[in-house]
Design a protein around this ligand. Structure first.
Ligand code: SF4
Length: 377
């Protein structure tokens, strides 16, 4: 069985003000060791359950995986290579933040097989980075990027954010320009979301921070699409842009609604028709594994109806859309037969387009994608 494998490392140097990911700041070396031991136990259980499990791609996300020491990263990759078959050349991505990487750590990552680096740089404005609570400066981005290229990374993604408090259109343009000047192979652009329970959301609730105007965010997104297209980046997914052939293999697996193995606290997975989420609290995650149990907190058997809806709204995130023959092979019914009325309505509204082979979002649909997706639920 060949699957995408996701491994969650829930540690960060500090919490960003907008973050609602499963990540913890200020954990000691001992606490990280204990977590890694639990992660190894979880990996061993899955390797036993599915002997010969082969990775189609491997993604180390977080948190900030590069918060781990070189030794910890080296040991983790040794275990992953021992337990799972990771054929040479598959995409192996590590998420990293500028300011958490040295030349030595980057070389180590290359030695253990990492061939793609995803850098959370977010902005080139020192002020915006400070507002976001990021630990790095724009200069750290340049230093880290240079070190990554020197270490041999030929596939680098940069994460950028727009719709930030106080962010102006000229400032966003400058961030885009500076990002592209670095010649990354891939760019991910995310609009800031105010997630419940984050310091940002609380400030907005108290009236101390103004929520970003959605129309202005649309303008920023629209400009970015045109700007990146003019520089050779293909807009292949709602938030993602890549040079030809550099689309994120691992993430494409999610959008194609493929099954994948998720390991680590708070990680999600999709195996044998069941979606699951692991315990997010470190103690609960570790205790279950110490007792020899999988650390699953919630699981849901995906029935045929839900699976079809997921194929549609995940697949429509890809700008090329959902391939009709793939839908039919997977679900035993054509898209037209299953979603005749929904398709007609969305096409009438100019949000979907249909070709002989695909159903895809229109340009207008890309801007209101969530509304389109809701129609399939
Ligand atoms: S680096 Fe990422 S995971 Fe860590 S706190 Fe910031 S946004 Fe959250």
């Amino acid at each position: 069985m060949a699957l995408g494998i996701y491994v969650h490392i829930p540690f960060c140097q500090a919490r960003c003000h907008y973050c609602d990911f499963v990540s913890f700041a200020g954990k000691s070396g001992q606490e990280k060791e204990a977590y890694l031991q639990a992660l190894v136990k979880e990996s061993e259980i899955y390797a036993r359950l599915w002997a010969g499990l082969t990775g189609k791609s491997l993604y180390l996300g977080g948190g900030t995986p590069t918060c781990l020491t070189e030794e910890q990263l080296g040991q983790l990759f040794t275990v992953l290579h021992d337990l799972f078959q990771l054929p040479a050349g598959i995409e192996i991505t590590v998420e990293a933040n500028p300011g958490t990487l040295s030349g030595e750590k980057l070389s180590l990552l290359r030695e253990v097989g990492c061939n793609r680096l995803s850098l959370g740089i977010q902005s080139f404005s020192a002020h915006e980075l400070q507002v976001l609570g990021r630990i790095h400066s724009p200069q750290d981005v340049y230093n880290t990027y240079k070190l990554a290229r020197q270490a041999g990374f030929e596939n680098i993604n940069l994460d950028l954010m727009y719709g930030l408090p106080g962010q102006s259109l000229p400032s966003w343009r400058e961030t885009l320009h500076k990002a592209v000047e670095l010649d990354p192979e891939h760019l991910s652009l995310y609009q800031l979301n105010l997630e419940k329970g984050t310091p940002f959301a609380e400030l907005v609730q108290k009236g101390l921070l103004e929520e970003f105007n959605q129309d202005e965010a649309f303008v920023m997104y629209a400009e970015a699409i045109d700007f990146l297209a003019a520089r050779g980046y293909q807009h292949y997914e709602i938030s993602n842009f890549a040079l030809p052939g550099k689309e994120a293999v691992h993430n494409c697996g999610y959008w194609l609604n493929e099954e994948y193995l998720g390991l680590g606290a708070g990680a999600a997975g999709y195996l044998q028709g069941v979606r699951y989420i692991n315990e997010a609290k470190l103690e609960a995650y570790q205790t279950l594994l110490t007792q020899g149990h999988l650390p699953v907190a919630e699981q849901e058997m995906i029935n045929k109806e839900v699976a079809m809806a997921e194929t549609m709204f995940l697949g429509l995130r890809l700008l090329r859309g959902v391939k009709k023959t793939e839908f039919q092979e997977k679900h035993g019914i054509t898209i037209e037969n299953r979603y005749q009325e929904v398709l007609a309505k969305l096409k009438r509204q100019g949000l979907l387009r249909e070709t002989r082979s695909h159903v895809a979002l229109t340009k207008k649909g890309v801007f209101v994608a969530n509304e389109v997706f809701r129609e399939f639920l």
